[in-house]
Design a protein around this ligand. Sequence first.
Ligand code: PEP
Ligand code: MN
Length: 331
Amino acid sequence: MLVVMKNDATEAQVQAVIREIESMGLRGVPMPGAQRTAVCILGNKGPVDDSRLLVMDGVKDTIRVTKPYKLVSRETQPQPTVVTIGDINIGGGKLVMMAGPCAVESEEQALTIAHIVKERGAQVFRGGAFKPRTSPYSFQGLGEEGLKILDKVRQETGLLIVTEATDHTNIEVVEQYADIIQIGARNMQNYSLLRRAGQTSKPVLLKRGFAATIEELLMSAEYIISEGNNQVILCERGIRTFTDNTRNTLDLSAIPSIKEASHLPIIVDPSHAAGRRDFVIPLSRGAIAVGADGLLVEVHHDPPHALSDGMQSLYPEQFAELMEEIKGLVP
Ligand code: PEP
Ligand code: MN
């Protein structure tokens, strides 16, 4: 349930409502909005008796939230969330471009690619230091050494850094270096990692699991926000279907579905969806057409020799072509 406060309700009145909710054995989370504050009630198993709340000073109304997710819901917060990092806004109407290699392989490799994507207009550099790989024998990433290289990339280029935390132990070190902490598809329902991500001060990029419904994705985002971190960016990266022409199937309908259900920004990763570089530009066009707030694409200066995901990594010229197509849309 949502307790909607009057436009002129005071902070003391909001706090009194939260205390009243707590006296019922529940949690009250204030959701400040442009016009008015609402207090979201969490933890109830059945309907809440709102009679005590409706008579309190500053309270305008109560609204039942029909969805199982509360804090991520549009019902709770009608206006879109804009995640602001420095002068970059994610979800603010402009498209955000995140680009870079699948994995950080060396300082030279990361800096070479970072300069390529920076010069062509990317705002965020991607690159995994901790890599979740299907095979234990594949390259697992450089770990903390990779994070130090990413730090150097930020210093040299001014690009923001998005990089993945793969468990609740390495998130400690990832949060020290990253501007955005990525939680990958395989970890979308790693609840201890989600809770830990909810306790950081850094924005979180949460990727949809390849067998997850939209509701499950939103429930995972709810884990993060319910711990106090409301800076969550969602990412559609393809789901597993019966087709075998692409690595995954890019679910473009997820973007308007999520925009309808939630106020959180959503970006699209066409690289992991397609698994092949020649489909990345057409899928990017589709993603933009359906309203994505940004793109996350893999780019490598030498894809045939990439240590991971070379097949889906754009050549620098292809990234330039993509950026040329969308230049009016990127800040
Ligand atoms: C990645 O972006 O590096 C990655 C591993 O992607 P996903 O979690 O979507 O497979
Ligand atoms: Mn990859």
